[in-house]
Design a protein around this ligand. Structure first.
Ligand code: GAL
Length: 671
């Protein structure tokens, strides 16, 4: 990505929050601002859900509250990340125009009373929203406090897939533009199957609920369309702002577990700065590794440029089955892990905990308990550290390994009919990433087809959908000397969800030096034993090596005797293949072996247990910054020399990192 026309400019690392002053009487605002100053807050997102306050009745605007709060923040020297306010329509709009309400796949509408109750294709919604954007950007476009625009909020969080008739018509328009002819569409979707052939465009709808499984090509295109449709909505808001303001524009992405609907590779180029929201998900096996993955992916979306963590939490969220409070020091570890991985801003949802509404049990910087609380004290401590590490802003993370990630593969893998319902795309990505993470390797997350020349090790987990040209980038890079690990279910279908015939892994087949005849998944929980003593689960395959060397084979299960781990010399490089999901320890051992073979070192050497430690280096012009996050309870010692910025001490040769602590070493740039 080239440098945006409007870079986000901030003095040091931004520290801030979502702030919803509408929920409070103005006398609370003064206290809020005084406490923000005490905590070091210098970037505040407001007007995220402002519409019903700004436009209480159609066409009638009232900016008095927003004028007041922007004025107060400005006077206090706090920059404003200004929401366009369009994320949830006001009651008058959905009452007058119920057709803007979204429709789910069973053909029923979803009603107001929650949030984001709008159809992404609705021209009525768009016109009303753009009128508000015009008013807001017209009024505050050149306000000196506004340093960033925040379009809508988490676009597509709830309403990405709309099945109403308006959406269906827009989908048809998108399909016509893509395929040109109905025959082209029939070929791409494989409609010869089950008598699904279309003769007229008007016969096509969105993939509403059916009695049987739905057409996978239609599902895949509907995902692509839905992502594009919201991107076009983002662009419409951004176009209005661009006319009326010179401040940079972004929206908050949801690079976080379980949210799959937008292909952010296609969105990222439109952002003046990439911004992400991330919440620890305690339903996962390794929430910390997922946090790091999301941070690395956020950086990857901006092509390595610094990004902004627009939301995370100081403690429990309110939307998981069990909402866990954070442990002592966890706020610091989480926030500074994001900074380690390229964030130039760390912000929270939200400033002051709500007393009402469905998020009243969501944590905040200022909790219900007030300032006499561990959360508040940790927030203030974090603000102090963020202030001291301002020089980190603008530096870039160093990585010599990459992982290929694809939203299209995610969508295609989650197909309703697949070899095992237990097979999930993100699970495979997380398992591979967790192994890299546990091994202490810093990884860039890249799109299929991205240039790999900066890397020595590339991991390709479950890249189910792949175009020939994207696979060629990987196999050519291997031939030129790279070391890659491709894992099962990769290279199974092309961009039209058509199986690459002739043995799975399709366009990777020759480079991998093996031919897969049949998938043989196993019941979740069933262990598979490998000839090298390892254990695995979930998946096995019946395959034959052509030119590859078998490193381990299945000792039991449905693919007994068939290869489980192989290595093929391809040109001057090595193409490894993993036909199963190893235990976490075995996965890590495999990655360690590959990293060793590829010559990829961790960012620094650790003495003692390394499992719960992450170490990342950001390189700046005059100095680099070594971030060490110790998630474990035992102290560790890490090789480092320079000035430690959290405690403000000089370290020479090594630094002691107590259990649960974070240390940031400013290393002088080599002369
Ligand atoms: C985000 C959203 C915020 C808040 C937060 C709670 O999805 O943007 O408005 O709802 O989650 O975790």
């Amino acid at each position: 990505m080239t440098r945006p026309a409007r870079p986000f400019e901030h003095d040091g690392i931004a520290f801030g929050c979502d702030y919803n002053p509408e929920q409070w009487a103005p006398d609370v605002w003064d206290e809020d601002i005084a406490l923000m100053q005490q905590a070091g807050v210098d970037l505040v997102a407001i007007n995220i859900f402002g519409w019903s306050h700004l436009e209480p009745r159609e066409g009638e605007f009232d900016f008095s509250g927003l004028d007041d709060i922007i004025g107060r923040l400005h006077a206090a020297g706090i920059r404003v990340n200004l929401g366009t306010g369009t994320s949830s329509p006001p009651a008058w709009l959905t009452r007058a125009h119920p057709e803007v309400l979204p429709m789910v796949e069973d053909g029923t509408r979803r009603y107001p009373g929650g949030r984001q109750a709008w159809c992404p294709s609705s021209p009525v919604f768009r016109a009303a929203a753009l009128r508000l954007v015009e008013a807001v950007a017209g009024r505050y476009g050149e306000h000196p406090a506004v340093s960033l625009w925040h379009v809508s909020n988490e676009l597509g969080c709830h309403n990405a897939l709309c099945h109403c008739d308006v959406s269906a018509a827009a989908f048809r328009g998108w399909l016509r533009a893509k395929y040109g002819t109905i025959d082209g569409l029939n070929r791409a979707w494989g409609t010869a199957f089950w008598s699904q052939t279309y003769r007229e465009w008007d016969e096509i709808g969105t993939p509403r609920a059916t009695l049987s499984s739905r057409n996978p090509g239609q599902m895949l295109d509907f995902h692509r369309f839905s992502s594009d449709e919201l991107l076009s909505y983002y662009r419409a808001e951004a176009d209005v702002i661009r006319r009326l303001s010179s401040a940079p524009i972004t929206t908050n992405f949801m690079v976080t577990a379980h949210i799959e609907n937008l292909d952010y590779w296609s969105w990222a180029g439109d952002m003046d700065v990439v911004a992400n929201d991330h919440y620890l998900d305690h339903r996962l096996d390794d929430p910390n590794a997922e946090l790091s993955f999301a941070a690395d992916l956020s950086r990857g979306l901006g092509g390595g440029a610094p990004w902004i963590l627009m939301e995370h939490s100081t403690g429990a969220v309110n939307w998981q089955p069990l909402n866990k409070a954070k442990s002592a020091g966890e706020i610091l570890r989480n926030s500074l892990t994001h900074v380690a991985r390229g964030a130039d801003g760390v912000c929270f949802f939200q400033w002051r905990a709500s007393l009402q509404g469905s998020e009243k049990f969501h944590s905040a910087m200022l909790p219900h308990a007030g300032t006499d609380s561990a959360v508040w004290r940790e927030v203030v401590a974090l603000g102090g550290i963020v202030d001291r590490i301002g020089e980190v802003a603008g530096s870039r993370v160093e990585a010599s390994a990459a992982l290929v990630f694809s939203w299209e593969s995610w969508w295609a893998t989650q197909n309703e009919s697949r070899p095992s319902k237990a097979l999930g795309y993100l699970d495979q990505v997380h398992a591979a990433y967790a192994a890299l993470h546990a091994q202490g390797l810093t990884v860039d997350i890249v799109a299929p087809g991205a240039d790999l020349s900066a890397y020595r090790l590339v991991v390709v987990p479950g890249l189910h959908l792949v175009r020939a040209a994207e696979a060629a980038v990987i196999t050519d890079w291997i031939a030129a000397g790279g070391t890659a690990l491709v894992t099962f279910y990769s290279g199974t279908v092309d961009e039209e969800d058509r199986v690459w015939a002739g043995g799975y892994t399709g366009p990777f087949r020759d480079a991998l030096g093996l031919r897969i005849e049949e998938f043989a998944p196993v019941e979740p929980g069933t262990p598979l034993h490998l000839s090298d003593g390892g254990t695995a689960h979930l998946w096995s395959e019946r395959s034959h090596v052509t030119t590859a060397r078998v490193e381990a084979s299945f000792s039991d299960g449905p693919s007994e005797g068939h290869p489980a781990v192989t290595r093929n010399t391809w040109g001057s490089g090595a193409a490894w293949y993993l036909a199963t999901l190893p235990s976490a320890a075995d996965y890590r051992a495999l990655i360690a072996r590959l990293a060793d073979e590829a010559g990829v070192p961790p960012a620094a050497r650790v003495c003692g247990a390394t499992d719960a430690v992450e170490i990342v280096r950001r390189r700046g012009v005059d100095a680099s910054f070594l971030f060490i996050v110790n998630h474990g309870s035992a102290p560790i010692v890490v090789e480092a020399t320079g000035r430690e910025l959290v405690c403000g001490t000089e370290v020479s040769g090594h630094v002691d990192v107590p259990g649960g602590a974070v240390r940031i070493i400013r290393e002088e740039a080599a002369a």
